[in-house]
Design a protein around this ligand. Structure first.
Ligand SMILES: Cc1cc2nc3c(=O)[nH]c(=O)nc-3n(C[C@H](O)[C@H](O)[C@H](O)COP(=O)(O)O)c2cc1C
Length: 180
């Protein structure tokens, strides 16, 4: 079968690029006591080798505490224009150093950068004391990468609907069409 979820995802990104929200994804983690915790984050692109999905996040946020204990995550991503959903199960890793993190930092807008200088997230609001970045990324800035292990792709616009399950096995990705 001539299907690869990464090609399908790249195609969806291209076909939905006119929607401002097409890079907003839902990223679910597990709390220490077993509850799911979900939030919206921005997909920032693939790693240089094309294997990992990248997100910028704050070292002080709850998700970072959760990920330090449990690496498993699930991304849920719905493209409204092409009407397809990707659910990506994977392992998350956090990076506080390295060229990929530095590259991501330099690609961020000033408005996105300044948040990493704000007071601790989730704390009561105080007087704003954010300072714009002049140098490299602060310690609060982390690159979060998701290494996909399983992808469930649902195409609502196909007639009939299509669903593909892909799993990373020894030797590479195996994809299988299944009933939606
Ligand atoms: C549209 C949108 C985009 C967001 N993008 C990011 C992001 O790229 N990275 C991030 O850490 N939080 C992002 N957030 C904030 C998260 O949803 C969340 O509120 C924050 O990261 C704290 O989550 P946590 O307490 O579960 O760690 C975004 C929120 C919205 C609504």
């Amino acid at each position: 079968m001539n299907y690869h979820w990464r090609d399908a995802l790249t195609d969806a990104l291209r076909r939905n690029r006119r929607d401002a929200h097409h890079r907003y994804i839902q990223l679910a983690t597990l709390t220490g006591d077993g509850w799911p915790a979900n939030r919206t984050v921005v997909f920032r692109g693939f790693s240089e080798d094309g294997q990992r999905l990248q997100v910028a996040t704050d070292a002080r946020s709850d998700k970072v505490t959760q990920l330090a204990r449990h690496g498993p995550v699930e991304i849920c991503w719905y493209f409204t224009r092409s009407r397809e959903q990707f659910r990506i199960r994977g392992e998350a890793t956090l990076h506080n150093d390295g060229p990929a993190r530095a590259g991501l930092w330099s690609s961020l807008s000033e408005a996105a950068r300044v948040q990493f200088f704000w007071r601790d997230p989730g704390r009561p609001l105080g007087d704003g004391d954010a300072v714009p970045s002049v140098e490299g990324p602060p310690e609060t800035f982390l690159l979060l990468e998701v290494i996909p292990l399983r992808v469930d792709h649902l195409r609502l616009a196909a007639e009939p609907q299509q669903r593909f399950l892909s799993e990373l096995r020894e030797g590479g990705w195996r994809a299988e069409p299944v009933n939606p």
